[in-house]
Ligand binder design. Sequence first.
Ligand SMILES: C[S@@+](CC[C@H](N)C(=O)[O-])C[C@H]1O[C@@H](n2cnc3c(N)ncnc32)[C@H](O)[C@@H]1O
Length: 318
Amino acid sequence: MIRKSLKIFITRAFRFLNIFNIVKLRREVDVLYSMLYNLTHDLDSSLDLTSIQTKEAFGFQWRNLKEGDYLLSDPWFKANVSKILFEEEIQIKPEWFKGKDVLDIGCGNGRWSYGFAKLGANITAVDINQIAIDETEKAISDFKVGKNFYLSPVESLSKNLPAKKYDLVFCWGVIHHCKSFNKSLKELLKFVKKDGILYLYLYGRDSLDYNTDVDLFKSRIMYNVLPTKEDKYKFLLKKARGNKDKVHNFHDIYSPLINRRLEYKYVKDFLKSEGFEDIVRTIDHTELFIRAIKGNAKDYYKKYILPKKKAPYWFEHH
Ligand SMILES: C[S@@+](CC[C@H](N)C(=O)[O-])C[C@H]1O[C@@H](n2cnc3c(N)ncnc32)[C@H](O)[C@@H]1O
């Protein structure tokens, strides 16, 4: 009897200790993930490996998942992209764009370059992936506007592009994936003309709480260690609840390991310190849609600036 009770006691004690260990282990894993997270999200220095991973992630995307909602393969998006650009994103009248020089940094497969070319702007498109440049070139081939393409990381634009300044520097969804956010931003600001426009879309800190963000980071690690292309597609398709048109968008969420979330104040102060004025959030959202003017050109822009558009926004259409 005593032996039996002792056995039960020992088994329970082990079970308890085991649970204790698992909890401890889980905490350690969490700490480890947070460390990794902080390392890759540090503003000025992060692992080189992560920048290579960003390039590879998007190279894979443009080779294998180039179609989907809100891309040029989406007829609704293609028909409306110019309107989306001038009416919702930049909020500048369409006539302003005709003959202007636009620098599209991190052009992807060319959906925005297409929209600008349709408005009559000259396009200079840059990306870190050659496949993105090739796709953009194809996307705008029918437009009779000026076209230039450069393969370059945003961090070293000055080394790879001629020293020319642009009426609009546009960078949508790129530098929050870059190894160094500060360096990338500083670099692209150099290309805005005096009185020119800067437009950025960035992940906003307020869209996700820190815990959800860390959990997402763990899922990204899980996604990235899946052994085959098919496993990865299955993972994304499951996240997209079987909707093939949304797989591309889920790839954006799960594949790149660097996904910084920015405070508006941080970006605004940065832009101010670099000589930008009239800094506004064009779309009312927790994500950051930012337009800024280099220098004080308020009077010039008075006749071009459009009022804010109310929700629902284009990305809420499907
Ligand atoms: C989320 S996609 C956005 C593409 C495009 N702006 C759009 O909205 O459709 C990010 C793009 O930035 C490019 N990219 C990522 N890191 C980059 C870097 N360091 N320098 C230049 N381009 C980069 C990727 O190859 C990819 O095409």
